[in-house]
Design a protein around this ligand. Sequence first.
Ligand code: PM9
Length: 463
Amino acid sequence: MAKTTLKKRSWAEPFKIKMVELLKITTPEQRLASIAQAGFNTFLLKSEDVYIDLLTDSGTNAMSDRQWAGLMLGDEAYAGSRNYYNLEKAVKKFYGYKYLIPTHQGRGAENILSKCMIKPGDIIPGNMYFTTTRLHQELAGGIFEDVIIDEAHDSLNPHPFKGNVDLAKVEALIKKHGAKKIPYICVATTVNMAGGQPISIENLTALRTLTKKHGIKIILDMTRVAENAYFIQQREKGYANQSIAAIVHQICSLTDGATMSAKKDALVNIGGFLGINDKTIFEEARNLVVVYEGLHTYGGLAGRDMEAMAIGIEESLHDDHIAARIGQVIYLGEKLQEAGIPIVEPIGGHGIFIDAKKFLPHVPQDNFPAQALAAAIYVDSGVRTMERGIVSAGRKANGENYYPKLELVRLTIPRRVYTQAHMDVIAESIAHVYENRKKIKGLTMIYEPKYLRFFQARFKPLS
Ligand code: PM9
């Protein structure tokens, strides 16, 4: 008998399942009624009407048994909870920031930071906008300027670090406005709106040198920093033998502070923080947090949530965790590529981003192709995805729509939640929708809220 040899070795999740949550399977007729009732906005669906929920990886992670045990150790004192000190220890040890302000989630930290650091008329460069981050910058009177490399706006460009900052764009802003008008550069890891694309250590180091020369701070959006570190380990010369924890520490050391939505990489269902090295900014932030979030030793969180976060931070940096997490995203992405679905390449860290302009070339951007596609996917299989295009981009201060180059539907994979079989079902559904794509017409918006319209806007089909 011929001997079979394994061509490659598969990865598998570094955990086993201890508890399950049952899902409801609905009919296409039921889903059509649900999405119509939700104004063709997947944010407005009831979760019980969803089969596989890829709306977001935010707060949707499965916590470990260690984290659940941590919940029982919650010290719910109003002031000075021991869990706060455990969290402070974890942030110092793994990220290296000197001072910690806990917040209820990422945007709580963005609000405090923006209020502390931005004066009206200031310029805030960033490697692509993020919805809540830009809004807080604008509400503080700042003006966001996109300084990501051009390659990031092209869904098919294979650049391995599409999250990189274009230093020439930063220099041009310094020349135009003067360094005094730029309090900090906001640098995101695993750039969300670009399709989960990483920034390299080389680029961040060069940015550090440039900003130091001009006295400009770097504030990291470290929401998905461990995923970014994985791409550095896999793709950047000199990092193949470094641990995720070491790379994450190095990323943070190149910055002056960070905002964190711990609901993503840090493997919790709620929580965030502001980490900062400057004592003056810390003292102002510590004062402001009591206005908006809660006392500076809980920042809107229960003690038990801070404990789960401290444990989650440590678990998020395990090499086997991150390899399996991104391995699952890549598994789904490759299935979609095999089916000829146009997706953002290279495959990103936290999800697959379908290029809706290429998927539905017959639907103009003013008729919300990504929004329409997300609704069609839900009707096909009960898989809930999210629009990341013109609806998410919102309007400029003068009321005009932003027209982002990328018009995407995001299939975001929650951490430690779904199996490979779920990924197969998702890929089959998208392929089916693709075969029938000509039937998808666009939408018109019939209700538009003033802020972050993608959360609550309502639509109706064109035909
Ligand atoms: N991101 C996401 O689904 C949840 C809200 S928007 C649909 O991707 C970055 C890079 C994020 C992020 C949230 C926040 C805000 C900041 N930066 O949601 O307030 O991806 O915890 O964090 C979402 P919070």
